[in-house]
Design a protein around this ligand. Sequence first.
Ligand code: FUC
Length: 791
Amino acid sequence: MTTPHPDDPVLRYDAPATDWETQALPIGNGALGAMVFGGVGRERIQFNEKSLWTGGPGSEGYDHGDWTRPRPGALAEVRARIDAEGRMSPEAVAALLGQPRRGYGAYQPFGDLWIDLADGSGTSGRSGGSGGAEESDRDGAGVTGYRRELDLGEAVARVGYTSGGVEHLREYFASHPGGVVVGRISTGTPGRVSFTLRLSCPHPGARVTVSGGRLILRGALADNGMRFEAQVQVVARGGTRVDGDGHVTVEGADEAVFVLSAGTDYADVHPRYRGADPRARVTAAVDEAAGTPYERLRAVHRADHRALFDRCRLDLAPLPADVPTDRLRAAYTGGPSDGDRALEALFFAYGRYLLIASSRPGSLPANLQGVWNDSVNPPWSADYHVNINLQMNYWPAEPANLAETAEPYDRYVTSLVAPGRESARRMFGARGWVVHDETTPFGFTGVHDWATAFWFPEAAAWLARQMYERHLFGAGPSYLRGTAYPVMREAAVFWLDTLHVDPRDGTLVVSPSYSPEHGDFSAGAAMSQQIVLDLLTTTLEAARELGEDPALQAEIADALARLDPGVRIGSWGQLQEWKGDWDDPGDTHRHLSHLYALHPGSRVRASTPEAEAARVSLTARGDGGTGWSKAWKINFWARLLDGDHAHRMLAEQLRGSTLDNLWDTHPPFQIDGNFGAVSGMAEMLLQSAHGTVHVLPALPAAWPRGSVTGLRARGDVTVDVSWTGGTAARIVLRAGRTGPLKVRAAVIAGPHDVRDAAGGRPRTTRDGDLLTIDARAGESYTVTADAGAPG
Ligand code: FUC
């Protein structure tokens, strides 16, 4: 077993996993995901491919969620009733505007790879193998030194133990360059590797054939005819390899490797969503990997992963070497122990690891479970919920220096435009595009009829606006012109056609408007207004920057002048969730939609009356909630510059909403909270939403010392900070652009020193804790606390 790098964050356990959701360990390359159990007599590797979905074209009654019967006047009727009565129940609106969901489908598990292992003493471990049953036998006679690890730096899962006097070592990784999951099975003694490997699949009609050490699993989903294929090639060094009926057996080898690839005939192209048969692609990937030495596969994977993973790192305390991660988590209180700090930093590293593993160019974005799913009926279909969840998945991409992982998000959101145009036309008679609460890889952009979560046309605006963030971080002008702006522009046009004049005050409002997943329908709920305002503002900025669409610019400017901004302070000092002052101070609902303008939006800034009102609302909602809700609250408190409360939310999440394998739980497992927490921790350490690079804006007392490298700020700046005694000792800023670089940090208010990479002093101006550096692209600037220097 390769020894872990001493500095790499590692999840470690001293027993095999018996439960998929809470214990098994995830590896993935974006398109493929696998869960490693690490059994002793029987290894289970459950695997996924991201496009294997039921529903959509080919499934019964699929209609994209667009209205299938004409509803002349239905929308107008809802608006008129809301104009007259101020509100309408979700049930009443759903009766008029909803429809039963047809052909929605769900993300599907692909299959399981089972390895029945001999113990190395010559006894065959094959148990007759009718597939399916999990088995854990760590306590089997004579097993010692069991360990199971997920090395986040190497992106490798390892299993090791001694059984029958033989040391067993296995490692697994999912290679993005190779398009394969790879496993190596070895023993400390040559000639002792013996096992039988087989595949099982939950989908009726799937067949496994075997030839030349290769298993081919092939089938088509009964629901929609989607074709799928997985192949596994077993390569043994020494010993014998024999094809069996549905399995491959290796006896007495020195070492064996398997490579697995899987695919479907899905294509992200409206309206058919089908492309080439997967066979050629899967065959090519497996052939290529099977013909490449293991060490080479591993080295290429390592380089690919490290190029992303190593860019950013948070250190709060070293991981205790011998404490298994489940025990570290069980002992966690959020108090002052080093173990707690180490777990927090591990959670940060793990969230970044999970994003790399579940979102790489060339496949769909991370869904509610990233890429991992073992159920034919997963929670919420393991779909793309877009009233916060998909957006949250990508909050850390830029700040935590993983911009490339957002490519699948951009591509997917862009793919929603074509079906979303149809929904906009058919349901609203509007130009542009729309999508509601949740969607699938098949462009489900219309509605269903679950009253409390069916209507959210603002989702398109939110999704599109988040693409503009990537531009702000530094994606470059061609990204804005070619990728973000076209999607934003059409989302904006939809709202220009759809906004409604509020008869009470003549402002432009969204109607019907529904604050996710909460309260009555009304006109101009805070989130609706804030999102539309945000989209129109950023689309106008983008159009101006690109010199595009002058007529549209004028139209947007006109709408903005009349738009209700959706930020109001109510009777108990709260930020109002609705245009009417309806908020209940006893309400602890998980969604805090009315605080969108605080985060991820940026219109509400700390230390303003609106921010104080946001604090009142946030305090009233309390520190509970689902995993993702707690993660969002880390971000909110960080934006309010309250590091201690942000940390308290992180502690709540780790204590109450995190599983032994450190997956976030709603419950059940839902990955958005892992990603939201990384974003929140990044916001505690660095903020850039308000024109400055704000260093350590919300550092909690619980983090008196530490360091972070490679955080990203808007304006193409990369930042390293180390701190002691709660203040920055050293800040390194790498400028991607030439021009004024504004840095805010407590250390700047006192004696400090600023140097460029050559040790020279750049031109700077200072105003209190704000330093403006006359920066040059490519240069790095180091700010140090300097007790000797004049202030
Ligand atoms: C939103 C949330 C739920 C859940 C679901 C997947 O609808 O309100 O809590 O996270 O998405």
